[in-house]
Design a binder for this molecule. Structure first.
Ligand SMILES: [Ca+2]
Length: 334
C-alpha cells in the first residue's frame, strides 16, 4: 500500500506543477454575520477543547451551531443545547432543532462535494478519503457524485471547475435556476484532500461569487484535509463561507508516503480566513499524546490525514458537533 501511494505522489508531481494561485477572498456574501455571533456563543458555551489559537474556530461550540441555524434554517437557538459540552468547531444546525425539543424547524439537508487528491478515487492514496465520503453518505448526506463514485476527481486542478454545475444542481431542488430559501434549509460541505483541498478552495471562491446563490439562505462549510499543490501556500476561505476547517500535519513522520518524491514531503497548507469567519486550523503533529481514529498524532503523515480526521469530520458534518478530542489548533490569519 505504501509503495503504491508513493507512486501516486510521484505521478502527481510529474503530471502537473502549475503556478502558484492563491485564492482571493470574496468580499460578497452576507452570511458571515452568523460567524460573528458564533464567536460570542462559542465563548459562552466553552465546550471546545481546541480553544486557544484562532478566535472563531477552536472555541466555537454551541454558538457555532446557533449562528448556522440563523443562517440556514432560522431555528438556531436549539443548537446551544445540542452541542454544549461538545466540540463543534464550525458547527451547524443539524440536530439543533431536534435536541432543543419541541422545534418544528425542518432540519437542513446536508450536501457534500468530495474532491479527491491525485489521481482519482481509485488511487490508493485516496482510499481513506473515499471511505470518509462513503461514511458521510451512509450517514444521510447527499453526495455530489461523479458517476457512481463517492468522490469527484479533480486532478488536474482545472477539473475542479466541472464540479460547480453538479453542486449547483444539488442545491437547486425546485429547478428554478437559483438557490434560495425556497429550496429548503441546506448545508453545503466542500471537502477536499491534498490536491483536491486546493481545488475545494477554488470551488468555494467560485460559489461565493455565483449570483445564482442566495448565501444568506445557505450554510457553507469548507473542509480541507492536508490540502496541497506545488507552489501553493495557503487556502483562503471567501467571506461567504460560513465555516472552514483545516486538518493537516506539520511534521513528516518516518516512512511518509510523500517522502523522497520531487517537491516532497507534502504538508498541508495553512488556512486563511477573514476575522469574522469561524475557522479552525488543526495540526495533528502537535498532538503528541493523542490518538485519532487509532493513529497517534505523531504518526499522521500526508496520506493518513483523511484516516485520522474521518470520525471528526463525519461528526461535524452530520451533527455539527463531536465529543471526540480535536487536535490542537494553530492561529488563523487573513
Ligand atoms: Ca431553486
Amino acid at each position: 500500500m505504501r509503495i503504491e501511494r508513493i507512486a501516486v505522489c510521484v505521478s502527481l508531481v510529474l503530471v502537473g506543477c502549475g503556478p502558484a494561485e492563491l485564492i482571493a477572498a470574496h468580499p460578497g456574501g452576507g452570511a458571515t454575520a452568523g460567524g460573528g455571533s458564533a464567536a460570542g456563543g462559542g465563548a459562552t458555551a466553552g465546550g471546545g477543547s481546541s480553544g486557544g489559537g484562532n478566535t472563531a474556530g477552536g472555541g466555537a461550540t454551541a454558538g457555532g451551531g446557533t449562528a448556522g441555524g440563523g443562517a440556514s434554517a432560522g431555528g438556531g437557538q436549539a443548537g446551544g443545547g445540542a452541542t454544549a459540552g461538545g466540540n463543534t468547531a464550525g458547527g451547524n444546525t443539524a440536530g439543533g432543532g431536534a435536541a432543543g425539543g419541541g422545534s418544528t424547524v425542518q432540519p437542513p439537508r446536508t450536501v457534500v462535494a468530495c474532491l479527491t487528491g491525485a489521481v482519482d478515487e481509485s488511487s490508493p492514496s485516496n482510499t481513506g478519503f473515499t471511505e470518509l465520503c462513503a461514511a458521510l453518505a451512509a450517514g444521510g448526506a447527499t453526495l455530489v457524485r461523479s458517476g457512481s463514485n463517492a468522490t469527484w476527481s479533480t486532478f488536474p486542478a482545472t477539473n475542479g471547475d466541472a464540479v460547480i454545475q453538479p453542486v449547483f444542481a444539488a442545491l437547486d431542488t425546485n429547478l428554478d435556476g437559483a438557490f434560495t430559501i425556497a429550496d429548503g434549509p441546506t448545508e453545503l460541505n466542500l471537502i477536499g484532500f491534498s490536491w483536491g483541498g486546493i481545488n475545494a478552495g477554488k470551488l468555494a471562491s467560485k460559489l461565493a461569487a455565483d449570483v445564482r446563490i442566495d448565501h444568506a439562505a445557505l450554510f457553507v462549510r469548507l473542509v480541507l484535509l492536508d490540502a496541497y499543490q506545488p507552489l501553493v501556500f495557503s487556502v483562503s476561505a471567501p467571506a461567504a463561507i460560513d465555516a472552514a476547517l483545516n486538518f493537516r500535519h506539520s511534521q513528516t513522520p518516518a516512512g511518509d508516503c510523500s517522502s523522497g518524491v520531487p517537491l516532497g514531503p507534502y504538508r498541508g497548507v495553512r488556512l486563511a480566513c477573514a476575522s469574522a469567519q469561524r475557522c479552525s486550523d488543526f495540526d495533528f503533529s502537535l498532538a503528541t499524546n493523542q490518538t485519532f481514529n487509532g493513529l497517534w498524532g505523531s504518526q499522521v503523515g500526508h496520506c493518513e490525514v483523511p484516516d485520522a480526521a474521518r470520525l471528526l469530520v463525519t461528526d461535524l458534518v452530520l451533527t455539527g458537533a463531536t465529543a471526540r478530542p480535536l487536535p490542537p489548533t494553530v492561529p488563523v490569519s487573513p
